[in-house]
Write a protein that binds this ligand. Structure first.
Ligand code: RTP
Ligand code: MG
Length: 147
């Protein structure tokens, strides 16, 4: 079972899209095992986006991601890293297809609403940057027991 770090960015929070974004991830069948509302510190943001240091959009990206609250989450599922990025859609809003979160709701890059880890190594690093181990819940999902 794979884990990924997903984060609703400040634009998604400001626009009131937390519920609808989470619904799409739940609809796909992924399991939410951790979530919290926070304003990323500059250090946390710089660790998170270390791979982009030196790129033209880096400064703007750090300012954006530290500008207000985000909703940070850990999700579990088979191939959740690849599949959640498909649910999110392409990074550049002009390439994000309808039916994806970014394709349906985002209109300008870098305001593309949600972050998702791009590999198991990134996921592990990003989860550790935002969550302590005891903030993640290990549980069985058993829908039929609740109907
Ligand atoms: P993310 O890391 O946020 O999940 O997005 P991603 O993997 O799809 O894209 P990545 O290449 O890692 O870029 C990180 C974020 O930087 C902003 N960006 N702006 N102005 C630009 O051309 C540009 N390119 C990227 C976006 O917010 C992107 O999600
Ligand atoms: Mg990325």
């Amino acid at each position: 079972m794979e884990r990924t770090f997903l984060m609703i960015k400040p634009d998604g929070v400001q626009r009131g899209l937390i519920g609808r974004i989470i619904s799409r991830l739940e609809d796909k069948g992924f399991k939410l095992i951790g979530g919290k509302f926070l304003i990323p510190t500059k250090e946390q943001a710089e660790r998170h986006y270390a791979e982009h240091v030196g790129k033209a959009f880096y400064g703007e990206l750090i300012d954006f991601i530290t500008s207000g609250p985000v909703f940070a989450m850990v999700w579990e599922g088979d191939d959740v890293i690849t599949l959640s990025r498909m649910v999110m859609g392409k990074t550049q809003v002009k390439e994000a297809l309808p039916g994806t979160i970014r394709g349906d709701f985002a209109a300008h890059t870098p305001f593309n609403l949600i972050h998702g880890s791009d590999s198991p190594e990134s996921a592990e690093r990003e989860i550790a940057n935002f969550f302590a181990p005891d903030e993640l819940s290990v549980y069985e999902k058993n829908i039929s027991a609740w109907l």
